[in-house]
Design a protein around this ligand. Structure first.
Ligand code: ADP
Length: 495
């Protein structure tokens, strides 16, 4: 092994020898090699020096008056401060060297006089290297101990938080994903006992109402590293559906990539929210109808002619009341759909007729906005509630027109795809940011908070569309490139 890296120029060597010629010779030899050398001629002085500033190595003569080398070495080994310093004994050729004693008092090696330069340097180098290796091992050991201690503490903290958290938490392996650990809150929420969960996948237990949504959520986790508050529907053992917010983190457990799933059950909060919204909407409907009636009456002029300013104010009141009315109706519509109070009435119908009807209904709006509406229908029969599909298509077309600049085009086209008809609404508008592609299908979710005010929407259109499409066993999603445009896709089963 190359000892060079350990022969630092700062290595400190103490030479204790009562013969001045030896001292000079050794000091000169070692100094030349870059060592820092201190030399003393008496054992007692050597001990004091070693105590005051412990050297890295000691060269110690055995035969000295007053205190011989063995005794000096014994004293060195008695003190904590000097115990670990390697001691190399020096003896004259004709001395009777008691090797056993030299080692038993703690010496690591010996050199005989007259010195051979290479031998002295080789032995000094070796022992310095051993000492350095030992101390770096000790340091490493201490660091490892410290790390173990810190890890234990962190593990204990995590285990405590995991066990006692009121939020349901589950750890799954990333690849499959199988449950490896769940806490008590998770068991309480899911209704399963530990043996019924550990080792199984969420798909096997059918825990997520939309396993596809869970899979795409987890796929996102790979891209971003952590997810926060994704709204999902969770099925308990008894079949009850809970609305939860899922947050997830990638974690490494013993070299296996795992997912830490933290769940926030918001079922009750959602129920209260829905109850509140529908209650308020119901209460608003009657007075709103009366306000609209009164404003309409005013605008006919039957109750007297209004000034131009008065007419303007009345128009503002009418526009806003109509918007409010739309909002209330949309909320109630959505609520009735979700609670199953509105059922779809599916019949065999021609997709091309529906598409042409939808395009005709939106033609006037497109013209006002300076948008060219292009329809490319497909001849296909689907089983659907025509009014609801029309509602979905007009909603998508209205959004496409609303979020495009004049002069652009909007396409409504359809393609046959296996057992499905895929309808596309494509625009060249402002596009939708990546992180909103999913959420805009949630209630009141808009890319820009000012969208509803500026564009007259309610933030409920897409939530209604999704509900309608899902009730037809279809799918709805969007792909988009910012500032280039969006394409909304709807698939519906063919008749
Ligand atoms: P709104 O009544 O606000 O249009 P929607 O639920 O229909 O409500 O749409 C939700 C939001 O999604 C819109 O406010 C808008 O921010 C975004 N969005 C929908 N369609 C498009 C589109 N074609 N281009 C850009 N953004 C869109």
């Amino acid at each position: 092994m190359d000892s060079q890296p350990f022969k630092t120029p700062l290595a400190n060597i103490l030479v204790i020898d009562d013969t001045p010629e030896n001292l000079h010779l050794l000091a000169a030899m070692l100094t030349e090699q870059g060592y820092k050398v201190r030399s003393v001629t008496k054992g007692s002085a050597g001990l004091r020096g070693a105590q005051a500033a412990p050297p890295d190595l000691i060269l110690l003569d055995i035969n000295m008056p007053e205190m011989n080398g063995y005794e000096v070495c014994q004293h060195l080994k008695e003190s904590d401060r000097t115990r670990d310093i390697p001691v190399i004994f020096i003896s004259a050729m004709n001395d009777v060297l008691d090797k056993v004693k030299a080692f038993s008092v703690g010496g690591v090696d010996f050199i005989t006089k007259p010195f051979q330069v290479e031998e002295v340097l080789a032995r000094v180098d070796n022992h310095l290297m051993i000492r350095n290796l030992r101390s770096s091992l000790q340091e490493q050991n201490a660091r490892l101990q410290q790390e173990i201690c810190e890890r234990k503490q962190a593990e204990e903290k995590f285990a405590k938080a995991f066990r006692s958290s009121p939020s349901p938490i589950a750890i799954t392996t990333f690849s499959e994903p199988r449950f490896t650990e769940v806490n008590n809150s998770f068991l309480r929420m899911s209704g399963y006992c530990l043996e019924e969960i550990i080792g199984y996948t969420a798909a096997e237990l059918q825990l997520w109402i939309s396993s596809q949504k869970y899979a795409s959520t987890i796929a996102k986790l790979l891209e971003i590293g952590s997810l926060q508050n994704y709204e999902m529907e969770f099925r308990t053992k008894s079949g009850e559906v809970r609305i939860v917010l899922l947050s997830a983190e990638l974690i490494d457990i013993c070299g296996i990539e795992c997912v830490l799933n933290i769940i926030n059950d918001i079922t009750e909060r959602k129920r209260l929210e829905n109850e509140f919204i529908s209650l308020v909407s119901h209460e608003l409907r009657t007075p709103l109808t009366s306000i609209i009636g009164s404003l309409d009456l005013l605008s006919t002029g039957l109750l007297g002619t209004l000034t131009t300013k008065g007419q303007q104010v009345l128009n503002i009141a009418l526009t806003n009341t109509e918007r409010l009315n739309r909002l209330v109706n949309d909320i109630l519509d959505l609520e009735r759909m979700k609670s199953g109070k509105i059922t779809m009435l599916p019949v065999k119908c021609n997709a091309d007729h529906l598409m042409i009807q939808a395009a005709e209904a939106m033609q006037a709006m497109a013209e006002r906005a300076g948008i060219t509406l292009v329809t490319e229908p497909a001849m296909a029969e689907i089983i659907a509630d025509p009014d609801r599909i029309l509602q979905t298509l007009t909603n998508l077309l209205s959004n496409a027109i609303k979020f495009s600049e004049p002069g652009k085009s909007v396409w409504l086209r359809a393609k046959l795809q296996g057992e499905h008809l895929q309808i596309e609404v494509q625009d060249q508008g402002r596009g939708i940011p990546e992180n909103k592609l999913q959420t805009i299908f949630e209630r009141f979710q808009q890319v820009d908070v000012s969208d509803s005010r500026k564009k007259g929407g309610t933030g409920l259109g897409l939530a209604i569309c999704r509900n309608i499409v899902e009730q037809h066993n279809g799918k709805i999603w969007v792909e988009s490139i910012l500032n280039q445009g969006s394409t909304f896709y709807v698939t519906l089963p063919l008749a």
